[in-house]
Design a protein around this ligand. Structure first.
Ligand SMILES: [Zn+2]
Length: 597
């Protein structure tokens, strides 16, 4: 013990001499300072830093103050550290929502949120039309089974049962056709003007409504409401119990027009937009030949707030602390900024530090930045992203984006003085902000210490962070940043091969791949893409980042769910016509679908 103690004293003395000049809170990247940042950012006080909420704004203030303290210059709007951007914060049922059913000369006005309610995927319109009962609303050539066979639903309001003739069984051959978004797509394709969804009496003896927020956040293109089965029974003189029994027993459609039965549905959807802020600070380079060239270092600062969408504990209302995701990357960004500020006189290129908000809601902040860059993107030579760097285990660090510049792998290895076990991956697209930059043909690197059981749960807390490990990761990033900032030539950009991870937008059971990268940031009708994968069917067909896919194989696409459902009907080698909106033009392209890897 004694010997160890004296050795420790010697080490401390040596360190004290070495860093004798360094004031407290010095420029070095230390585990202790990382811990301080993470502890504050992931505290209960900041409430999980959800985009648009006070805890997120408080974190932004903290980060801006730190940037200022290190001597970074404001790089946001109007001489501030903040770049404001708008985003869709919530979709709510408006007060104008109404449903009236007319049958046999009687008018029945339904009580909203008791007898019926809207679905969040409903479009914000009114429709008045005759009604048609379309069973489960399923068209399945592979079974075969078709609730729409011989049924004219053009311009009509269709009444559709939830689930399928085989209930909710996952292994059922109907399962693929049962999701609400698929049924809505199918009804729209058959020309329906509106949809009334009903959970049938055999699925719920007690009449229930489908919660407003049940479906995904997307606009289905037509008004959609859910109605209680007992209300439909009495207002339309139906006998849903016997109809559903017949459907389930015989697996034969029971669809029919409902004579003079009409429905007036006014769907009022209120979209609430809020603003959030990226925090941007810059260190200006000193070499006149290079100071107008930039490298960007980023880390998102938002997290999931009290849970809800995006949480892996969706039923728990509790602070989602997000210590690893991504207080760790934010702390890393701050420490790298402080360190590089101390090396400012050695910087040739300028370095932009970007703390993005809105990442968890779909890369909103970084998407906004690349569409409204503070510095020209063609002079942004590289982007280094840190997202979840606090759980270093067995020294394993994942570094993605290695295929986006031919120099990257060697450069990262060269600076690996802490002997981390580097796991290189080529792809430049991925589930974090570097994706937005890669889509603009900028070489990227993404540092990540891997997923864990606390990911996107309230239990992602500060005490579980490996701070000495994180110190190694952040130091590696700082050495790489210094090197890239000072090179004689800008790093070459190359398109990277996709990593093994399934590309976003593709799903289990889908055999083909188009190879597009969806852009979730914008609220558009259709499916917007931010890029195509190199060598993919999409690239060969001539699709481009920014295109909005509005039709696929002759069927209309209103959102990503329509697209994924449609893909499942194709096999490799199939040729498909794709219509995209490109600016104000509509362009038709032909793609040959490839096998999903
Ligand atoms: Zn996350």
């Amino acid at each position: 013990m004694k010997r160890l103690f004296s050795l420790l004293v010697t080490l401390i003395l040596a360190a004290a001499t070495l860093y004798g000049q360094e004031p407290a809170g010095g420029a070095e990247i230390t585990a202790q300072e990382l811990r301080q940042h993470v502890k504050y950012l992931s505290s209960d006080e900041l409430g999980g830093r959800r985009t648009g909420e006070p805890g997120n704004a408080a974190a932004a203030e903290y980060i801006a103050k730190e940037f200022q303290r290190y001597g970074l210059h404001p790089a946001g709007d109007k001489g501030t550290f903040f770049q404001e951007f708008p985003f869709l914060a919530s979709v709510k049922e408006g007060t104008g929502t109404m449903l009236t059913i007319g049958s046999n000369g009687h008018e029945y006005k339904l009580r909203v949120n008791d007898e019926f309610n809207l679905q969040s995927v409903s479009s914000d319109t009114a429709v008045s039309a005759g009604c048609v009962f379309a069973g489960y609303g399923i068209t399945a050539d592979s079974i075969p089974y078709d609730d729409y066979a011989g049924l004219d639903v053009k311009g009509k309001i269709v009444i559709i049962l939830r689930y399928s003739p085989e209930g909710t069984k996952n292994e059922s051959k109907f399962a693929k056709y049962s999701p609400l978004m698929t049924k809505i797509f199918n009804a729209r394709e058959h020309g329906a003007a509106g949809i009334l969804l009903v959970t049938g009496p055999l699925d719920s003896d007690k009449p229930v409504l489908i919660p407003f927020e049940y479906a995904e956040s997307a606009n289905s293109g037509i008004p959609v409401a859910s109605v209680r089965w007992d209300v439909l029974d009495s207002a339309m003189s139906l006998n849903l119990r016997s109809v559903q029994q017949a459907l389930n027993d015989n697996k034969k459609p029971q669809s029919r027009a409902l004579g003079r039965t009409t429905a007036d549905l006014t769907s009022s959807i209120v979209k609430e937009y809020k603003t959030s802020r990226n925090i941007l600070g810059v260190l200006e380079g000193n070499d006149p030949a290079f100071s107008r060239e930039f490298i960007a270092i980023g880390a998102h600062m938002d997290h999931l707030g009290m849970g809800g969408k995006g949480s892996l504990s969706p039923d728990t209302v509790a602070v989602h602390h997000g210590a690893d995701d991504n207080a760790s990357g934010t702390a890393g960004l701050l420490e790298v900024a402080q360190y590089l500020a101390s090396q400012k006189s050695h910087l040739r290129r300028s370095v932009l530090f970007a703390s993005f908000s809105g990442e968890e809601l779909g890369l909103l902040g970084s998407d906004y930045y690349v569409k409204h860059p503070e510095y020209p993107l063609d002079h942004t030579d590289a982007m280094l992203n840190m997202d979840m760097i606090g759980r270093l285990t067995d020294s394993q660090l994942v570094v993605e984006g290695m295929g986006t510049s031919p120099q990257w792998q060697e450069l990262v290895s060269k600076h690996n003085s802490d002997s981390l076990h580097l796991k290189f991956k080529p792809d430049g697209f991925g589930p974090s902000d570097h994706s937005s930059f890669y889509a603009k043909d900028i070489p990227v690197m993404f540092f990540f210490t891997n997923l864990h059981a606390d990911y996107h749960r309230p239990s992602d807390t500060w005490d579980k962070i490996n701070y000495t490990g994180e110190q190694k990761v952040a130091s590696l990033v700082s050495r790489i940043a210094l090197d890239v900032a000072n090179q004689d030539t800008k790093p070459a950009f190359t398109k990277a091969a996709a990593s093994s991870m399934a590309p976003a937008g593709d799903r289990q059971g889908v055999r083909v791949s188009l190879g597009v990268v969806p852009d979730y940031a914008e609220d558009v009708v259709g499916m917007k893409i931010s890029g195509t994968r190199p060598g993919s069917a999409a690239e060969k067909a001539g699709l481009k980042g920014g295109d909005i896919i509005i039709s696929f194989g002759g069927k209309s696409i209103k959102n990503i769910y329509d697209f994924t459902y449609l893909l499942s009907d194709y096999k490799p080698g199939d040729e498909v016509a794709i219509v995209v909106k490109r600016g104000s033009e509509e362009v038709t392209l032909k793609a040959t679908l490839e096998a999903r890897k």
